[in-house]
Structures are given as C-alpha cells and as structure tokens.
Design a protein around this ligand. Structure first.
Ligand SMILES: [Zn+2]
Length: 240
C-alpha cells in the first residue's frame, strides 16, 4: 500500500511537469478557467522544479484560455515572480476565479438580493432603470456561469493531476467561491457588513452556518458598535 502511494505521488509530479493535456471534445472551444470561448493559449512554465531521475521532465503546460483569463493568469505569474514565488497551476486558477468574483461583484449581488421573478415584476419597466432591469439577470447568470465553471481535469497520459485547491472551494447559494474568505468578502460587500464583524460571527458559527452568519450580521447592520459587540458576546455564550 505504501509503495502504491509513493508511485501515485511520483506520477502526479510527472503530470504537473508535462505539456500534453487532454481537452474533452465538447470543451474544445472553452477557456479552461471560465468556459468562455477561448482565443489564447496560456502557457504555464514549470521550470522551477528540478527533474527527478525516474520522471520524464517536460517543463510546460498549455491551456486554452479567453483573453481576460489569459491576462489575469499572466499577471499573477509576473507578480509572483516579482516576489520570488512560484505558483502552481491551481493557485493561478484560484487567482483568476478571485478576479472574476471581484469583477462581477455587482452582478453576483443581483442573485443574492433578487429572484428572477421579483426582478421581472419590479416595475422598472418604463423608467430610467428599464435597461438595467432587463440586463441584470442575464449578467448575473453570465457571471455565475464563469465563476462556477468547472475546468476539465488536467489529464496527461491517462494520469489525472490532482486539484490541490478543490477542497478549498466554498459552495454557497449556487455559487462556487475559490475559498470561504472570498465568499465572506463578497457578502460583506454586498450587504455593507463590517468585514471584521462578519468574520468574528462566522468564526463562532462555523462555515457550515454561513447563511446564519449572514442573517445575524444583517439584523445588526444598523446597530451601534456597542450593540454589535453585545450581540456577539451573547452569541458566543449561546454557541459555547
Ligand atoms: Zn476565461
């Protein structure tokens, strides 16, 4: 068993260093990061890791990408290099997703604040906001699709490269955030909550009670700092 694990790890390292990834036929026009039509190829250079004797050393990974994701991915590589860091392909992907969540902050907030029907019946039909009302749900769905897009697995010679970030992603209300911190920031922004306060409440309730933490903070959104602290103390007594 021990030997098998070692073999798998070696195989996974080989895969990371390899260039040929298998793109599923039905995804051949997709950006690996977000699913939009691809126009670019993001080349990931993995020259950092020295080759090991038993593994074949191939130093790059090429992924079809849309212009926007390509630019963000490229930028995160340049920034990392500047700081003397080497990012894994999964860290780069996580940074692209973080960019998308921030870029679409207002559009994603539509889905948090409205249902499709409510928005349709919101009677902005004749006013200045008519155009906004018409495009808002479409933009929300587009944003959600790009943020949630499940990249196809990186498969090289039949070996799947394990996604080291999969466990960090956080699913909430139909949106997949790269991590819980990103979701926390997004909700704090959307509901004008104090980020520190929201974090404290979430820490007490736990990530599984994310929705309760949001509701708790929203109840107290107009409360004074003193009242908020008092509520937090009470909550702490209740949960401990
Ligand atoms: Zn993309």
């Amino acid at each position: 068993m021990k030997e098998k694990l070692t073999t798998n790890k070696a195989a996974s390292n080989t895969a990371l260093l390899s260039i040929t990834t298998e793109t599923p036929f039905n995804k051949r026009h997709d950006c690996w990061f977000c699913g939009e039509p691809n126009q670019y190829v993001f080349t990931y250079l993995n020259s950092f890791e020295p080759p090991t004797s038993e593994n074949q050393f191939i130093s790059q990974l090429s992924l079809p990408s849309c212009k926007e994701c390509y630019q963000v991915a490229k930028k995160s590589v340049v920034n990392a290099k500047h700081e003397g860091l080497h990012l894994s392909i999964w860290t780069i992907k996580s940074e692209v997703k973080q960019y998308l969540v921030e870029y679409y902050r207002k559009d994603l907030a539509i889905g948090i604040n409205w249902t499709k029907r409510e928005l349709e019946e919101s009677e902005f039909g004749q006013g200045n906001f008519a155009g906004f009302q018409r495009s808002a749900w479409f933009m929300f769905e587009l944003a959600k699709a790009r943020v949630n897009y499940v990249s196809w697995p990186l498969i090289v010679d039949g070996i799947t490269v394990l996604d080291e970030y999969l466990e960090q992603s956080f699913h909430f209300d139909d949106v997949v955030y790269p991590n819980v911190e990103q979701a926390t920031q997004h909700y704090a922004n959307t509901f004008l909550l104090s980020l520190d306060y929201f974090r404290s409440v979430l820490e007490l309730l736990g990530n599984d009670d994310f929705s309760k933490a949001v509701r708790f903070c929203r109840l107290l959104v107009a409360a004074t700092t003193f009242e908020q602290q008092q509520a937090l103390r009470q909550l702490r007594r209740e949960v401990t």
